[in-house]
Design a protein around this ligand. Sequence first.
Ligand code: NDP
Ligand code: OXD
Length: 308
Amino acid sequence: MIKVALLSRPGLMDPMKALLARELPGVAVASWPEPAALEAELAVCWKPEPGALASMRRLRLIHSIAAGVDNILSDATVPDVPLCRIVDPDITAAMTEFVLWSTLYFHRDFDRVISNARDGLWQRYDQRAAKDSRVGILGLGELGTDAARRLVQLGFTVSAWSRSPKQLADVRTFSGAEALDAFLSETDILVSLLPLTPSTVGLLNAARLSRLPKGAALILCSRGEHVVMDDLIALLGGGHLRGAVLDVFEHEPLPAEHPLWREPGVLVTPHMAAIASWETITLQVAENARRLLSGRPLLNVVDRARGY
Ligand code: NDP
Ligand code: OXD
């Protein structure tokens, strides 16, 4: 039976041990840096220590416990074996809920009335129809596509930007770097659902965020590194941007003393947009382990050249 290594901060993946034993009878599971982990064929990872994967000579498969794989590919020494990620309908549904909630937060002025309520201020704002709010989604993959469809169902005017050209009913689609400014200039509520790669790191800088119309808002569900935070803060402070819901940060957890917690217009959420359960993760890892052992095609394989 297959040997599995769990690579993460100590204890994080302990709940997987019993679940893997249930799914893969006879499996040997070791946690990095136990010596047995060095002999594993399957590495299950969240932010593995740089160099750890390269030192596993029998490694045949790397599995992320997340949808994103930037936590693994940021280590240049990662061996060239298949890399799989988590894709699951419950995660997609959870992300769509988060995107819908945060879109409505701005569209229905909850950001303003929650702030006003602290001062006992009774103030109503003119209501807009959903079609009058233009929601733009960066990334039209597993998560972006579902969010776009549901926003369309609610009547929003939806556009989306991807690397390659895409078509989606009732969604205005843009692709490639050359189309980004046009996409941004027609977006009132910007939702980021991009993977973090060398092409997307720092994408949302002062120049790009300034392309958004005055009063636009940002919903960041992807990775903190997609945004140049100082640029975002400057555009919020200067009044060009109305607000931001930030779910992800370069360094997590965001320290209690970090100014973003108290930045007017910013709502910090604790990387909670879509959280995979250990049960979901284990079922996918175990299925790929069985496929690896029987030589069948793996599920949710990452394209290493694209980085996602
Ligand atoms: P996918 O790989 O399915 O989709 C990625 C999309 O981004 C694709 O449409 C792709 O374009 C597009 N894209 C990638 N690079 C570029 C680029 N350079 N320019 C334009 N478009 C680009 O990813 P998922 O939808 O599954 O997940 C997206 C991200 O969401 C994850 O990588 C992760 O960072 C984040 N996430 C956050 C969670 C949270 O709780 N906050 C939970 C889960 C995921 P194309 O279609 O042309 O390939
Ligand atoms: C993910 C995440 O990538 O949780 O799955 O951010």
